[in-house]
Design a protein around this ligand. Structure first.
Ligand SMILES: [Zn+2]
Length: 431
């Protein structure tokens, strides 16, 4: 019989037992002599968080273009991003994923669309970083095929040809996609940085392999104006025309949507990655989370890149999502702490098309975040304590039953050393 691990004494949701990577019992558990018992007194346990939108490479360019909106920010940062090499991307991914794990994430989606000089080994570097950290990765193979010379924003040498993008995506699927620890997603950057052929062929390729699709959508009002000018369509209409408003798609942001568009996304169960801190930092607007959820759309939370959310962890997004929803609705009952937790867990899992993660119940994968809570005893409800209480990092993190973080420390690598190395690499970019 295989060994069973029992987490005992947590303030919420009770004891949890797992074996061979899966949750096998929840509630009041009497441990047997062969069980491995881990004392979780003074903690709150949640399902591991799911980060639905990130650009890990941006960890190397934090704190820049601080007073700019999205287009100004992109214009200032693209020349710097154009100087990144594969080692930079790996160093940034290691720190970014390490921070995500420390803030409760057991599954992360990285939308990487920057391929300097056509070297697609940047994607291998991101996979390697995820394996080092030990968390699940949804590798959103991003792409751009319009550059400055085509009227776009990125420099010529960071965009690729359609054929190169398709061939590279096929390679990554064949090499890495297992649907468990590594899942490949087909993810052109945004309607304003790619050709319509790339959007159409990406959808075809993803559906041929049964994979999911991801892109940015309706992040700013400027994007809406740009799409109207260039295509004579609103962003949602464009995506719809390209076959992208569908249940196998989730989009980042989804802010500037009218009532009919909210209903359309909900009706098609097209997911939305809500990134409240990044949206606030760039002054982009506020996502209609409660409307989207009410309409039937899966909604998860996202950090977005650390160049527009310098915190780089998911924990703060729970509280920010609650604040944003209530401010937008001017209604204190519009969004409860449990809603925030649901977005960070089961909502994120739904965006990524996963029904095996995002909840603590028998038969789910043992992806668990153990939060220190000795200082939260005065707050009656554990979820309220976690979401509205002071920031914290996990005490322990389990991914498929593997203990990735123990007593606040990554077991497989030194995060502080990785941060020091990243800072050194970053300083050279600005020299
Ligand atoms: Zn983004």
């Amino acid at each position: 019989m295989s060994t069973r691990t029992v987490l005992t004494g947590a303030r919420h949701p009770g004891d949890i037992a797992f074996s061979e990577g899966m949750i096998v019992e929840v509630g009041a558990i009497i441990a047997g002599p062969s069980d491995v018992v881990i004392d979780c007194s003074d903690t709150i346990i949640t399902a591991g968080f799911v980060n639905t939108h990130h650009h890990l490479y941006q960890c190397i360019t934090r704190g820049r273009a601080v007073g700019c909106d999205l287009f100004g920010w992109l214009t200032e940062l693209y020349p710097i991003w154009g100087r990144l090499d594969v080692a930079d991307v790996h160093a940034a991914a290691l720190v970014g994923l390490g921070e995500l794990a420390a803030t409760g994430c057991t599954t992360a989606s990285d939308h990487h669309y920057l391929v300097p000089r056509g070297d697609d080994s940047v994607f291998d570097a991101i996979v390697e970083a995820a394996r080092t950290v030990g968390i699940r990765l949804h590798l959103s193979r991003g792409s751009m095929d319009l550059s400055v010379k085509d009227g776009g924003l990125p420099p010529d040498h960071v965009v690729e040809s359609l054929d190169a993008i398709m061939a590279s995506t096929e390679r990554l699927i064949a090499q890495y996609h297992d649907g468990e620890m590594i899942s490949v997603v087909v993810a052109p950057c945004s309607p304003f940085s790619v050709s319509r052929e790339l959007m159409r062929e990406s959808a075809e390729l993803a559906r041929r392999h049964g994979l999911r699709l991801h892109t940015h959508l309706a992040e700013t009002i400027e994007e809406e104006h740009h799409c109207q000018e260039r295509f004579g369509r609103r962003p949602v209409d464009l995506l719809d025309e390209w076959g992208w408003i569908a249940p196998d798609v989730w989009v980042a942001h989804g802010i500037h949507l009218d009532d009919a568009e909210v209903a359309r996304l909900g009706g098609e169960e097209c997911g939305v990655a809500h990134c409240p801190s990044s949206n606030a930092r760039l002054g982009a607007g506020m996502c209609r989370v409660t409307d989207l959820v009410g309409a039937g759309a899966p909604v998860g939370l996202g950090v977005d890149g650390a160049a527009s959310n310098e915190v780089g962890g998911l924990f703060a997004e729970l509280r920010q999502s609650l604040y944003t929803a209530r401010q937008r609705a001017r209604d204190a009952s519009a969004f409860m702490p449990n809603d925030a937790l649901a977005r960070a867990t089961v909502g994120g899992a739904a965006c990524l098309g996963r029904d095996d993660i995002g909840a603590i119940s028998v038969g789910m994968r043992a992806d668990l975040a153990v939060w220190p809570a000795a200082d939260l005893g005065d707050i009656a409800d554990p979820v309220t304590a976690l979401v509205l209480g002071p920031d914290r990092k996990v005490r322990d993190l389990f991914v498929g039953g593997e203990r990735v973080i123990e007593a606040g420390q990554h077991r497989s690598f030194d995060l502080a050393a990785a941060k020091a190395q990243l800072a050194q690499r970053a300083s050279r970019l600005w020299a």
